[in-house]
Design a protein around this ligand. Structure first.
Ligand SMILES: *[C@@H]1O[C@H](CO)[C@@H](O)[C@H](O)[C@H]1NC(C)=O
Ligand SMILES: *[C@@H]1O[C@H](CO)[C@@H](O)[C@H](O)[C@H]1NC(C)=O
Ligand SMILES: *[C@@H]1O[C@H](CO)[C@@H](O)[C@H](O)[C@H]1NC(C)=O
Length: 936
């Protein structure tokens, strides 16, 4: 069977991952390749020193049908130039491309104008290469573009704007990020670039050769949060309407030739970081509005011709950290008063005319008055010396443990384990703070990063941040070490996933850090490559830092373009190379199952994605075997149910089982992602549900608190799921094991019924509805079924009734030898308010404002646990009843749950977000869910 598509890339590129072998990039889980429905949707290669040219790759893509090889590409150890050469014009043919991220490679030559035909492009990052020439005006056609990063290249010419026939960047009305710093752009900033229809939040034009004045239209882009125009040749006066930009947090105008009056920034109440140094403003007395900027952390105005005495109030903004007013004509006596900001760290007033200083005991602020009259007479006070660098530098402290000394290249992690970390440099282009010694700030960065990795299932144990410094471009650089969990090294999948999150902004730093990029170092410690026997492949991985930086991310989102897996399946469905081939049609009469959406996983893939079924990943155990959490190469997190030996069933039954599970699709039922029937294993792969079981929440283990409203919603969701299984699924499914452990809660606390069909997996053939062995869990078991062995839907209704009692009381069905149903019945007095059950009810329920709804709920629960099945309601009746109860409690049963589990912890997404006006959704849409790539 032919390897169709990626083979071509593989043969042209050097140093592709060594597991790019075999016939099916999706099924064989090639590193760096993500698939959705067996289509390649992305290629992500991080820190692997891929090299070669992209031009031939793209040519190759159009010939993918025929290029075939099973050999790994030539491993020429001297070839280490990274991806070089121009970006080929043919890139314009990848019409489905929505993210193109080529960061820190060795690309040169111009950006091809054909890029403007990539209509789906949302995310374009070409920063840190050697691109030359002009910005193609055609980029203006990318109406979906959200992120445009061309920084750190050798681009020149003007910034193109539209003019009748030619497009321009002013047309990018959906863009929020223009990052053009560190190039050689020249000419004026076109006034047409800005209008009130833009929603730009980051405008980064620093370190170019732009001239002329700032167009006053800039003041129309009210969404702006960060404006960097520093290090250009801009001149003229700063437009007076600049202070219309009231969302701006960081404003850099330094190192230009501005003249005229000092801009009046009154009203920019979010402004935190301001640098206007080295301009030729008219000499001005220190403006009073300095002190009115409440959010100010950093005021830098070197050599700006300001004069007069500093007012005491200047030091009062409560977040103020740094004041640098060197080389001005400030005179009089310096008095910082007694109510200065507690975060104040540095006041640098070198080379001014200050002749006095009102000193108070206990100042904890570094003050520099060198080259002022007060120091000119040979003063020896501290403030008359340039201090040696005394700022405490941050580094992540060990987490309640003692660092250990490690052998070889291993490093002791913050959790004091020896491992090979993935290292690199984080660069923040416009932080709005300047105290780089504040551990709180970096601890929150670290926490946010851990949270992001963990919520995306990355195998990260801890992160270590150190040595924050401001570089010559006024960027904050920070060393980053990321430590693996489970093993002492990362595999390629791990590095890919982490690099991806740090490159496409899936990881968003806390507020104040601003836009960033990540330059990763080579990672030579991949699993299995450290042993001597794989010397050559190991070396080929290690060699050669890519030119222009050492991270290399290629993310081509090719959804729909390379449907080769699909195609191949259609062509050769029954052939040996098919992923289902392990399903031997000779011994099992069934052949290939008829599946709806469920995928066949090779055993090796599931083994890999659970770290060889590592105990760390085990999330549940039962008679049938264990459930593991795993992360597929496409980053989807899944729950893998692995039948233990002895619990497996015949191939035919397993096949029937899967066929029937793959037809089950309901929003209140956990859906099957795929299965594995390979090497004697039988596994079912389900979607992973974030918030765990209802049991965990009721027991207070998950930390999610469930008020009455939520419990009603969960009851309704679970009832609907069960109703679906009973009445709408074909054939109908009797769950047989309804209990709070089997009701899972997703991120919005929607209930999902899990674990149906489990008993079948346990190898028990089912004839009609009569079973030979009673299955279920004590406490939930229908007594009628237990006595008669007659299994009906009503047995599930009974268990559901017990579940309702659990929701009411948050108690286990059998606690201290007492059965919950009996306990409730005994205590109940229908003549009293809430049936006199306050003492038994969970306090959250007992304190509820709609006691009638609780009573109705108790009535319903009691009906469900009637002794005889015929007396119990059907699930469809239960659904209706719960809806009525919800209405009584003032809830709209048809409304989708809007709150997330997060809101319980009091976290608001807005608050979490570094760029206040930006929708959080985008970042998570990456390749994980191509369907959501429409920009907002
Ligand atoms: C700055 O602008 C504010 C409001 O627009 C105004 O009240 C104030 O007088 C101005 N200050 C100077 C120094 O021009
Ligand atoms: C400080 O400078 C201002 C403006 O140049 C001037 O008016 C004032 O007299 C000076 N004050 C002192 C104490 O020298
Ligand atoms: C560090 O930053 C936090 C949060 O911004 C702030 O509350 C705290 O006062 C700062 N600490 C110092 C010593 O500046």
């Amino acid at each position: 069977m032919a390897v169709v598509a990626l083979k071509a890339l593989k043969d042209i590129w050097k140093n592709v991952p060594p597991n790019w072998v075999g016939t099916d990039p999706c099924g064989n889980a090639w590193d760096g390749i993500s698939c959705s429905n067996n289509r390649v949707v992305s290629i992500t290669l991080v820190s692997v020193n891929l090299s070669g040219q992209l031009s031939s790759d793209i040519e190759g893509l159009s010939e993918l049908q025929t290029l075939i090889s099973d050999e790994c590409s030539d491993r020429d150890l001297s070839y280490n130039k990274g991806l070089t050469g121009p970006l080929p014009s043919a890139i314009g043919n990848l019409k489905k491309l929505s993210s193109l991220i080529l960061v820190g490679c060795g690309f040169s030559g111009p950006i091809p104008p054909s890029i403007g035909s990539l209509q789906e492009l949302v995310y374009l990052s070409l920063n840190s290469n050697n691109f030359v020439g002009e910005i193609p005006p055609s980029i203006g056609n990318l109406s979906n573009l959200y992120w445009l990063d061309l920084a750190d290249n050798k681009l020149s010419g003007i910034i193109p704007v539209s003019n009748g026939s030619t497009p321009g960047l002013d047309m990018l009305v959906n863009a929020k990020h223009f990052h053009f710093g560190r190039n050689q752009f020249s000419g004026e900033i076109p006034s047409q670039l800005f209008s009130s229809s833009l929603i730009l939040i980051h405008l980064l034009l620093e370190n170019n050769q732009l001239s002329g004045s700032i167009p006053s239209t800039l003041g129309l882009v009210q969404t702006l949060e960060i404006v960097r125009l520093d290090k250009n040749s801009l001149s003229g006066s700063v437009p007076r309407n600049l202070n219309n930009l009231t969302s701006v947090q960081a404003l850099f105008l330094a190192n230009n030739d501005f003249t005229g009056p000092l801009p009046n920034l009154t009203g920019m109440n979010l402004l935190s970081y301001m640098d206007m140094s080295n301009n030729s403003f008219d000499p001005t007395d220190i403006p009073l509005w300095f002190s009115s900027l409440e959010s100010l952390t950093t005021l830098i105005m070197e050599n700006t011709h300001i004069r007069g005495q500093l007012p005491v109030s200047l030091f009062s903004p409560f977040q103020l950290q740094t004041v640098i007013l060197k080389n001005n004509r400030i005179n009089g006596t310096l008095n910082i008063g007694s109510t200065y900001s507690s975060q104040l760290q540095l006041i640098d007033l070198q080379n001014n005319l200050i002749d006095g200083f009102t000193q108070r005991a206990g100042y904890n602020v570094q003050i520099i008055l060198v080259n002022n009259p007060i120091c000119d007479e040979g003063g020896t006070e501290n403030y008359c010396n340039i201090p040696q660098n005394t700022t405490p530098s941050y580094s992540t402290p060990p987490r309640n443990c003692t660092p250990i000394s490690c052998s070889s290249d291993k490093i002791s992690s913050p959790t004091c384990k020896c491992a090979y970390p993935y290292t690199g440099t984080l660069v923040f282009r416009a932080p709005s703070f300047s105290n780089f010694g504040n551990s709180t700030v970096f601890a929150s960065l670290q926490q946010k990063m851990m949270d992001t990795f963990q919520s995306h299932g990355q195998p990260v144990d801890s992160v270590f941040l150190s040595n924050p410094v401001k570089n010559i471009y006024n960027y904050l650089e920070l060393n980053l070490q990321i430590f693996p969990s489970g093993h002492d090294f990362f595999n390629r999948t791990g590095i890919t996933g982490i690099g991806f999150m740090l490159s496409n902004q899936t990881f968003k730093p806390p507020p104040g850090f601003g836009p960033f990029y990540f330059i990763g170092n080579n990672y030579p410690y991949f699993a299995g490559l450290t042993s001597g026997s794989h010397k050559s492949s190991s070396t080929s991985v290690i060699i050669g830092a890519a030119v222009g930086g050492s991270i290399l991310v290629i993310l081509l989102l090719l959804a729909g373009v390379y449907a080769f897996c699909q195609k191949r399946r259609a062509e050769t469905a029954a052939k040996k190379s098919d992923p289902f081939a392990s399903w031997d049609p000779n011994t099992e009469s069934g052949g290939v199952p008829q599946l709806k959406g469920a995928r066949c996983f090779p055993f090796e893939e599931l083994k890999r994605c659970t770290n060889n079924f590592n105990e760390i990943n085990a999330i549940g155990t039962g008679g049938y075997g264990k459930v593991y959490r795993g992360t597929l190469p496409n980053r989807q997190v899944v729950a893998i149910k692995r039948a233990q030996h002895g619990s497996t069933q015949g191939g035919l039954e397993f096949k029937t089982e899967i066929e029937f599970l793959s037809r089950v699709h309901h929003k209140n039922v956990v859906s099957l992602v795929g299965f594995c029937f390979d090497q004697g294993e039988q596994m079912l792969v389900y979607e992973y549900i974030t918030n765990g079981s209802l049991k965990d929440s009721l027991m207070g283990i998950s930390g999610i608190s469930l008020d009455w409203m939520r419990r009603l919603r969960i009851a309704l969701g679970a009832a609907k799921g069960l109703h679906y299984l009973h009445d709408l699924a074909n054939p109908p499914i009797i769950h047989r094991d309804i209990k709070s452990n089997n009701i899972l809660l997703d991120e919005r606390l929607n209930a999902k019924v899990a674990d149906f069909g489990l008993s079948k997996l346990m190898g028990e053939p089912e004839k009609g509805h009569v079973t030979t062995q009673v299955k279920g869990t004590m406490g939930y078991l229908d007594p009628e079924y237990y006595m008669t062995l007659q299994l009906t839907e009503k047995s599930d209704v009974y268990s559901f009734g017990v579940l309702l009692f659990e929701l009411l009381t948050a108690r286990s069905p059998i606690e201290k030898g007492k059965y919950i149903v009996a306990v409730v019945k005994d205590a109940m007095d229908k003549t009293k308010d809430m049936y006199n059950l306050q003492a038994i009810l969970d306090p959250i329920v007992a304190s509820n404002m709609a006691p009638r709804s609780v009573e109705k709920f108790v009535d319903l629960a009691l009906r469900c646990v009637q002794e005889l099945g015929v007396d119990r309601p059907t699930m469809s009746e239960v659904v209706k009843e719960v809806e009525i109860i919800m209405e009584m409690a003032g809830l709209n049963p048809n409304a989708e749950s809007s709150s997330t589990s997060e809101s319980y912890e009091g976290k608001s997404k807005e608050f979490d977000h570094p760029y206040t006006n930006e929708s959080l959704d985008f970042a998570y849409s990456g390749v994980y869910s191509p369907a959501r790539l429409e920009p907002k």
